[in-house]
Design a protein around this ligand. Structure first.
Ligand code: NAD
Length: 485
C-alpha cells in the first residue's frame, strides 16, 4: 500500500473528506485475511454532499466545449498511466488478483476507457430529418445531469472507469460508488482527477455499503441516471427503486456463460482459451465461461487437456510477479465457492481437478482466501451448479452430440451475458452465434474487446447496453427540434 492511504476518504468537490459520521469499515486484504486499510462507512448525508457538489459543477461542465472536456480526460488517462504501478499494486492488494493481471489488463484497460470516450466525443454526429418539404428536424443530445455510477469488486477500476468516462465525457457530473470490498483504486483516482485539472464536483466518489450509499444514490431525486454493475439480486433492488422515479437505468448483471467446443475446433486453442475463460481472475469475471459443453468426439481429449493445463497454473501470493492464480476476494465469496463445490458433488458431479484450498502459499498468506481452480464433470445440464452463478474458479464440463442439442443447453439458463464458440466451420459459427441468447458471442476467442461495440447482457444479465455509441446515447438526452418551413 502507498504511504498515507491507510484511511481512505471520500472524494467530494475535488477534495478528500472524511465521512460526516466519522464511521469506517475495515478493508481486508484477501491474500492475508487481515485489514490493511479502512474505508468510509458513508451515509445518505455524504451522498447529499456529493450531489450538491455535482449539481454545482454541472452548470459549467455541461457547457464546457467537448474539445476541452476531451483534453482533460486525456490528461486523466495519462495521470493513471504514469502511476500504473501504484494503481496495479493497490488493485492487487484490494482484490487478491495477481499483480501481473492488474498491471497488464485491468489498469491499462481503465486508461483505454478514458482515452476512448475522450476522443469519441470529438466524432459524434447529430441526426437530421427533412419532413417532405414541410419541416426540418434535428436531434440534440444533451447531458442528462447528475449520474449515479455503482460498480462491483471484481475489476474495480476498469468497471468504474467504464461508467465514469462516458458519463463525464458527455458533460454530465457523477456520484460514483465503488464496491466497499475494493475501494483503493477509486481512492487513487481522485488524486489523478486533480492532477488532470478536472473541475471540482464533476466526479465525486462516496465509499460505503450498498444499503447505505448505493441505495441513497439510486433513490436520490436529483440523480436521474443510474448505471449499475453487480449481481442480479442487487440489480433487481436497484430497478425497484429507480422504476417508480422513471430514472434512466443501465443494469449490467450476473452471468452463467456457456463455452461451446465443437469437435472440429482447433482443440489446442480451445483448451488454452478455456483455461483463461474459466479461471482468469480466479473465475471472478462476469464473462467467464463456467458451463463448458464439448462435442462427444472431442470430450475426453478436451477434459484431459483442460485438467492438465489448469493443474500447471501457479497459485500464489498475488504480489509475486509469477503468480497466475491469486486469492478469492472475500471470506464470504470463498464460502460460496466451497458451498457450490459440495453441492456439485451432491448433485452427482465428479471433481476432476481441485475442489479444495491449496497447500499453504507462504507465511504471509497463511490466512488468505485461496481455492484451487476446480473442474467438475458428470453433472446434469439443469442442476443448480449448472444454473446458478458461482463467480469463482469452478467450471463444469458436459458432453453433447449435435448443434441443436448444445444450443438448447446453452439457452436453457436465466442468464444471457456472453458465450464462446470454438469451431473451424465458418457456417456453423454464424449459425450458432445467431441462435445463442447472449449479448456477446465470441468465436474462437474470449474477452477480446473492441470498445465501440455494444456490451451487456440479455435475460437476467441486464438491461440497457454499454460501450461505444450505446454509452454516448445512454448518458445523453435526445431532444428533437422541429422547424417548420
Ligand atoms: P453486488 O451486487 O453485491 O454489488 C455491486 C455494487 O452494488 C457494490 O458497489 C455494492 O455495494 C452495491 N450495492 C449493494 N446493494 C445495493 C443496493 N441495495 N442499492 C444500490 N447498490 C447496492 O455485486 P458484487 O458481489 O460486488 O459483484 C459480483 C457480481 O457482479 C456478479 O454477479 C457478477 O456477475 C456481476 N458483474 C457483472 C458485470 C457485467 O458487466 N455484467 C461485470 C462485473 C461483475
Amino acid at each position: 500500500m502507498t504511504e498515507g492511504n491507510d484511511r481512505i476518504q471520500n472524494f467530494i468537490d475535488g477534495r478528500y473528506v472524511e465521512p460526516l459520521a466519522g464511521a469506517y469499515l475495515d478493508n481486508i486484504e484477501p491474500a492475508t485475511g487481515k485489514p490493511y486499510s479502512q474505508v468510509p462507512d458513508s451515509r445518505p448525508e455524504d451522498v447529499e454532499l456529493a450531489v450538491t457538489a455535482a449539481e454545482k459543477a454541472f452548470e459549467q461542465w455541461s457547457r464546457t466545449p467537448s474539445a476541452e472536456r476531451s483534453t482533460i480526460l486525456l490528461r486523466l488517462a495519462d495521470a493513471i498511466e504514469r502511476d500504473l504501478e501504484k494503481f496495479a499494486l493497490a488493485e492487487s492488494i484490494d482484490t487478491g488478483k495477481p499483480v501481473s493481471l492488474a498491471r497488464n489488463l485491468d489498469i491499462p484497460r481503465a486508461v483505454s476507457n478514458f482515452r476512448f470516450f475522450a476522443t469519441a466525443i470529438l466524432h459524434t454526429e447529430n441526426e437530421a430529418h427533412v419532413t417532405d418539404g414541410v419541416a426540418f428536424n434535428y436531434t440534440l443530445r444533451q447531458p442528462r445531469g447528475i449520474t449515479g455510477l455503482i460498480s462491483p469488486w471484481n475489476l474495480p477500476l476498469y468497471l468504474l472507469s467504464w461508467k465514469i468516462a462516458p458519463a463525464i465525457a458527455c458533460g454530465n457530473t457523477a456520484v460514483a460508488k465503488p464496491s466497499e470490498l475494493t475501494p483503493m483504486t477509486a481512492h487513487l483516482l481522485g488524486e489523478a482527477c486533480n492532477q488532470a485539472g478536472l473541475p471540482p464536483g464533476v466526479l465525486n466518489i462516496v465509499h460505503g455499503t450498498g444499503p447505505h450509499v448505493g441505495q441513497a444514490i439510486t433513490a436520490h431525486p436529483k440523480i436521474t441516471t443510474i448505471s449499475f454493475t453487480g449481481g442480479t439480486v442487487t440489480g433487481r433492488k436497484v430497478a425497484e427503486t429507480c422504476a417508480p422515479m422513471f430514472k434512466k437505468m443501465s443494469l449490467e448483471l450476473g452471468g452463467k456463460n456457456p463455452n461451446i467446443v465443437f469437435a472440429d475446433a482447433d482443440l489446442d486453442a480451445a483448451i488454452t482459451g478455456s483455461v483463461r475463460s474459466s479461471f482468469a481472475n480466479q473465475g471472478q469475471v462476469c464473462l467467464c465461461g463456467s458451463r463448458i459443453f464439448v462435442q462427444r468426439a472431442a470430450y475426453q481429449h478436451f477434459v484431459d487437456g483442460l485438467v492438465d493445463k489448469t493443474s500447471k497454473l501457479r497459485i500464489g501470493d498475488p504480489l509475486e510477479p509469477t503468480t497466475e492464480q491469486g486469492a478469492i476476494v472475500s471470506k464470504t465469496q470463498l464460502e460460496k465457492v466451497k458451498f457450490y463445490v459440495d453441492l456439485a458433488q451432491q448433485e452427482g458431479g465428479r471433481v476432476a481437478l481441485g475442489g479444495r484450498a491449496p497447500e499453504q502459499i507462504n507465511d504471509r498468506c497463511r490466512d488468505g482466501y485461496f481455492f484451487q481452480p476446480t473442474i467438475i464433470t458428470g453433472l446434469a445440464v439443469g442442476c443448480r451448479t449448472n444454473r446458478e452463478e458461482i463467480f469463482g474458479p469452478v467450471v463444469s464440463i458436459t458432453p453433447f452430440d449435435d448443434e441443436e442439442e448444445v444450443i438448447r443447453y446453452a439457452n436453457d439458463c436465466d442468464y444471457g451475458l456472453a458465450s464462446s464458440v470454438w469451431t473451424q466451420n465458418l457456417s456453423r459459427a454464424h449459425r450458432v452465434a445467431e441462435q445463442i441468447q447472449t449479448g456477446t458471442v465470441w468465436v474462437n476467442c474470449w474477452l477480446l474487446r473492441d470498445l465501440r461495440v455494444p456490451f451487456g447482457g440479455m435475460k437476467q444479465s441486464g438491461v440497457g447496453r454499454e460501450g461505444g455509441n450505446e454509452a454516448l446515447h445512454f448518458f445523453t438526452e435526445p431532444k428533437n427540434v422541429c422547424i417548420a418551413k
